[in-house]
Design a protein around this ligand. Structure first.
Ligand SMILES: Nc1nc2c(c(=O)[nH]1)N[C@H]1C(S)=C(S)[C@@H](COP(=O)(O)OP(=O)(O)OC[C@H]3O[C@@H](n4cnc5c(=O)[nH]c(N)nc54)[C@H](O)[C@@H]3O)O[C@H]1N2
Ligand SMILES: Nc1nc2c(c(=O)[nH]1)N[C@H]1C(S)=C(S)[C@@H](COP(=O)(O)OP(=O)(O)OC[C@H]3O[C@@H](n4cnc5c(=O)[nH]c(N)nc54)[C@H](O)[C@@H]3O)O[C@H]1N2
Ligand SMILES: [Mo]
Length: 708
């Protein structure tokens, strides 16, 4: 199917026809088949090593690298379709200039010179008044260090643009790890194979981290017990021995209830606590305030579930926790992650390689990456621009100048992100991007909801067409992505686009002369990452001990786990902004808690336009428990209105035991324009922030549902 099904006018369709015809013969004319080593660029803990088969300059096959241990030759359904996405007939392959109204998505093709000259002139004139009126907006469309915030960061630092606080995904849990362990560090994913007990907590790996799941299954076959802690009965929960379906945003209370039981039953490793935790007595005192009855009442589970879980966790070694970001998208997400991160210390789980916790491994790269060289913050000189939180873009785009806020945002340059679809409270985000006085440039592969609002859309290369360097947040291998084919059409890499703009804005610094390849190869500290390994096999493993904290040595100033964090105090359960318990008046009108976790065949809003993957997801849907559905006269397949005071979202009801009573699950981030009424689930979410990390609270949201 082409864009025609939801295209707004024949004019736009014509643009697409001509764009598709401009696909160039690749320029690589070797008749022989060859295999190129690459890396999956997507925002996923697994960061797979790829082998790309190319014939006559065209990619014919994308496979997982069998030699890369975390990838072990397997790929998810999405990325095995990567060629389908790259050669998609709707790819943007020439620069486009807006001819319709903002949001309408009507464009005409223009030449690169015309587009870049005009963009440079507009940015220069705004920057001459105040460079902070220019805002870069980006996230993890690609996680590459070069096409992410390499050359782009150099460009915006040189300009003195506003800085962006990249909070939209992982900051609450990430900052919690930094407060607790000193860095975002954890177990090796390969080590889960030998765990005897695995808590899969706020994570649905069959959907979102399938390579971890392979290791967990191996452990299960070897006799390990798997327990899933998740409000939704996910595909993963079904395959575990036990599922604890707590209410969203109550994980801190569960962790405290577990600690209470570990203390009163003395299932503790006193030696580990004494030597490697800075103030166990203070944490113990907090835990004793949370007997199982209290924790269970908050979590909406039984006291026996708390007691039994504590018994298993306190008496099984090695015990491992696979925590994921699903549990920290609520007001108290940071405190909950701090509490859970302390659990392995109570039982001494860190003593073994297959015990401990993995939320993120990205901190292992902190001394391996040359961030200052890649991003050149020194180009700011002594200017100190303000920082805009990407998670409150809805409000911030609509703000006037003020002494506290600074200048009104006059220009936004978006790359690697689709904020109109993925940012919370999207009615406000769309209103901001619809401002006629906002100058918007979007670097993209496709006409997303955000690109529809652009003054210029610039065609970006995909991972198959450019160089990059990759770290990971679920394993410890540095990786090199080599382009497999020449850029399609007139596409240019993000880095090249910023280089081209820099020249037009009189940035003469040598920072703008580094090529993409030079940046991909120069990204690493040579002592940490072996360049020869990168070239030969595509990756190089960091030197991290198998059991990194067997004898303490956490990356905190004194090597101990910090109970008070960095001056935060002893964590406690923090209730949601919106829940039946914490906001009863609101709950009288909107009694259902809504979570919106990832859809298996999409990656955030990426892949929604790939026909085969969208077909697998069928249509936007909301899972409701049979009791909640019956009370509202709703059956599976009924079109429903999901609403609260921020807006409404139409989708199909899926009456299912996957939902627990009182909680509804709105899966995946659909493109608004592919939804039933031009909205998606973020029409309902709000711009409140987490207790730690200034992050969004997508899963802290009350709604009501009616048959439409
Ligand atoms: N297929 C696919 N894979 C993905 C993504 C995707 O969109 N699709 N997204 C990628 C991204 S950006 C990220 S950040 C990662 C990780 O992304 P995460 O958001 O961690 O995703 P999941 O692993 O699906 O885990 C979320 C799980 O947490 C559950 N959950 C929701 N609220 C709570 C709560 O309050 N407590 C607990 N205990 N559980 C809760 C949800 O029901 C869901 O099953 O995955 C990546 N992988
Ligand atoms: N309701 C709700 N909302 C959520 C979430 C949720 O669970 N529920 N999850 C949140 C999470 S965890 C995250 S991480 C964010 C994700 O938010 P985003 O990082 O914005 O992720 P995507 O929606 O995947 O959009 C990435 C875009 O980058 C583009 N892209 C990919 N590669 C390149 C490239 O090389 N160059 C250029 N120029 N563009 C490229 C893709 O085409 C795609 O349109 O969404 C958040 N939003
Ligand atoms: Mo994310």
């Amino acid at each position: 199917m082409g864009l025609g099904r939801w295209a707004l006018g024949a004019g736009r369709w014509a643009v697409w026809q001509s764009a598709a015809m401009s696909v160039s013969p690749s320029g690589l004319s070797s008749p022989d088949e060859r295999v190129v080593r690459a890396v999956c660029p997507h925002d996923c803990p697994d960061t797979c090593a790829l082998r790309i088969t190319v014939q006559d300059g065209r990619v014919t096959h994308v496979a997982g690298d069998p030699d890369h241990p975390p990838t072990h030759g397997a790929l998810c359904t999405k990325v095995s379709r990567y060629a389908e996405r790259t050669y998609h007939p709707d790819r943007v392959l020439t620069p486009l200039k807006r001819v319709g109204k903002k949001g309408e998505g009507r464009f005409e093709p223009v030449g690169w010179d015309e587009a870049l000259d005009d963009i440079a002139t507009r940015l220069k004139s705004i920057a001459a008044r105040n460079p902070q009126a220019v805002l870069p907006y980006s996230y993890a469309g690609t996680m590459g260090l070069v096409q992410g915030d390499g050359m782009a960061a150099r460009f915006f630092h040189r300009l003195g643009a506003s800085l962006l606080d990249r909070t939209i995904c992982s900051m609450a849990g990430g900052d919690a790890l930094v407060h607790t362990y000193g860095a975002k560090v954890g177990m090796h994913v390969e080590q889960f194979v030998h765990s005897r007990l695995i808590l899969i907590w706020g994570s649905n790996p069959i959907t979102s981290s399938v390579h971890f799941w392979t290791f967990a299954q191996q452990a299960k076959r070897a006799g390990a017990r798997l327990i899933c802690i998740d409000p939704r009965r996910t595909e993963t929960a079904e395959k575990c021995h036990q599922h604890i379906a707590l209410l969203p945003g109550t994980d801190g209370a569960l962790a405290l209830g577990l600690m209470h039981e570990l203390v009163v039953n003395d299932w503790l490793d006193h030696d580990y606590l004494q030597r490697h935790v800075d103030d166990w007595p203070a944490l113990r005192e907090r835990a004793l305030q949370w007997p199982p009855d209290r924790a269970a009442a908050v979590c909406g589970i039984s006291a026996e579930e708390v007691q039994e879980l504590a018994r298993e966790y306190g008496n099984t070694q090695p015990a491992a926790i696979r925590l994921n970001y699903g549990m920290q998208r609520v007001r108290g997400g940071g405190s909950a992650a701090r509490l859970i991160a302390m659990l392995p210390c109570l039982v001494g789980a860190w003593r073994q390689a297959s015990g401990g916790l993995l939320l993120s491994a990205s901190g292992w790269f902190r001394h391996a990456k040359r961030d200052a060289w890649l991003q050149r913050p020194d180009l700011l000189g002594d200017r100190k621009p303000r920082t805009i939180n990407m998670s409150t873009i809805g409000d911030d785009l609509n703000r006037e100048s003020s002494p506290t806020f600074g200048p009104r945002i006059e220009a936004v340059v978006v790359y690697n992100s689709n904020p109109v679809a993925v940012a919370p409270d999207s009615a406000q985000v769309a209103r901001g991007f619809a401002r006629e006085d906002l100058f918007t440039v979007v670097l993209e592969h496709f006409l997303t909801d955000t690109a529809d609002h652009a003054d210029y859309v610039l065609p970006a290369t995909t991972q198959l067409e450019h160089w990059d360097a990759h770290m990971a947040y679920g394993h410890t291998y540095a990786m090199l992505n080599t382009p497999a084919i020449a850029p399609l059409g007139q596409a240019r890499s993000n880095a090249q686009i910023f280089r081209d703009l820099a020249v037009r804005m009189d940035c003469t610094d040598a920072a703008f002369a580094d090529s993409d390849e030079a940046m991909a190869r120069g990204a690493w500290v040579p002592e940490q990452v072996n360049a020869e390994n990168l070239d030969r096999q595509g990756w190089s493993k960091l030197q991290v001990a198998d059991a990194p904290f067997a004898d303490g040595g956490f990356p905190t100033p004194d090597g101990k786990v910090r109970v008070h964090g960095n001056g935060l105090g002893v964590p406690d359960h923090v209730p949601n902004y919106e829940s039946v318990q914490s906001a009863p008046e609101l709950a009288a009108r909107y009694p259902l808690a809504m979570i919106s976790p990832p859809a298996r065949h999409f990656l955030n809003s990426t892949f929604v336009n790939v026909d085969s993957l969208r077909a697998a997801e069928k249509e936007p849907r909301l899972e409701l428990h049979p009791s909640d559905a019956a009370a509202r006269g709703i059956r599976s397949g009924t079109q429903v209105r999901v609403f609260n005071e921020r807006g409404e979202y139409l989708c199909k009801a899926d009456v299912s035991e996957r939902a627990r009573p009182g909680v509804v699950n709105g899966l995946g981030v659909w493109w608004r324009k592919m939804g039933l009424n031009g909205t998606n689930v973020n029409q309902l979410t709000h711009q409140g922030l987490t207790d730690i990390g200034r992050a969004p609270v997508f899963y802290d949201c009350l709604v009501e549902v009616q048959a439409a």
